[in-house]
Write a protein that binds this ligand. Sequence first.
Ligand code: UGA
Length: 471
Amino acid sequence: MTRNSPTTRPRLTVIGTGYLGATHAVCMAELGFEVMAVDVDTTKIERLARGETPFYEPGLDELLRRNLAAGRLRFTTSFAEVADFGEVHFLCVGTPQRPDGRGADLRYLHSAVSSLAPHLRRRCLVVGKSTVPVGTAADLAARLAAEAPAGASAEVAWNPEFLREGFAVEDTLRPDRLVIGVASPAAEAKLRAVYEPITGQHGTPLIVTDFATAELVKVAANAFLATKISYINAMSEVCEAVDADVTTLAQALSLDARIGGKFLRPGVGFGGGCLPKDIRAFQARAEELGVGASLGFLRQVDEINLRRRQRVVTLARKAVGGSLAGRRVAVLGAAFKPNSDDVRDSPALAVAELIAAEGADVVVYDPMAMENAARVRPELGYAPSAAEAITGAEVTVLLTEWAEFTELDPAAIAERAATSTVIDARHALDRDRWQRAGWTYLAPGRPVPDLARLPRPRSERLAMATARGVS
Ligand code: UGA
């Protein structure tokens, strides 16, 4: 790995150690920088300092431990310490949806700046990576100039992050592109030096622009991805009206190189800590700027997405003969996507909750997200394995496409289910294989078999056989 020469490399700090910040801190240390990360959450900092990542991200644990051992990475809860240590400070705090509206809640960002600014006594660069409404960087620049003892020598830059959970290490060390919004040649030179290990080794394009464009690139990218997913899910709704098959439709579309197959997987829609709140915040900001009409379509993108959850519930209801009350339902998946333990705005948990609200006995299993799921949805039932969740279930609903689920042996688990009906809400299972193993296979956007002829629960079949005198 290329390392910066010790004479030119600035010391870095990372403010906020969530999915973004912890990954950024560890990866920058891996690139050879000395890094100090700060968080207000003492428990999180203690865990990170012990070499434990507070969330599941493939490959991150090992890099964390390696860089702690190498002495390049430190964790603290003191803003004075990071201000004293670093020359480039990365703001990586969360910007969730406001509790009272669709806009972004910037309280963590402002509180991070309030904590840091009074300690900034010498020339430094404060680089925002969090996803923010356009205009935030300029506001923070004005705040720093007023509040930092270094005044205008405490500069701001904006450098949005495009990492995907589950691929965070890869996306940080080998990004598709780097975008930096700067207000001075000095800030540009500093950030070019910071990213030289990446651009130098991989030839990664680095786009230099103003604050507003840099801020917009991030939300525009997430809005585009959300729109692409909702587009194919809208096609799913049309397919349902005419018994067409959205998976074949998506496959045919994806072979057009202009369209491409990425983010064109239909199913239960998008969730997570980014796409849903980002499209809402983007609309809210556009309205404030008087260009709300330009992003009016994002409201529909959101609505299509949320309707997919309801569609899965409708399929489940039909699968059990009309009412979910008192029925046992196995839910496979709780994370918003595989290879993550993140349950923020998870379609899987939302569907589980909707089904439970109809009186069903819902039993959830997820390979990694059980703890997080049980914390936010303690009222749902949980099983320690997929097989145990399916045991006695009258319908099994796959909501997160973990490899563990696609690799299940449908014949073996059919024995455990009360009724072998599966709803593949992510189009992840091999339909033919599950059907050959005796399962009734249902999926949103695909032709639904005649539900009146769906198999009855094993218990009912036994009762009917007994009534007819068949043993
Ligand atoms: C997303 C973006 O992909 C990243 O580029 C961005 O940096 C990040 O948000 C962020 O703003 O921090 P992430 O939320 O980790 O990353 O997850 P994605 O891989 O984008 O998946 C989002 C949701 O869309 C998941 O629920 C996934 O299941 C769903 N999805 C994805 C589909 O339903 N269909 C698809 O074809 C693709």
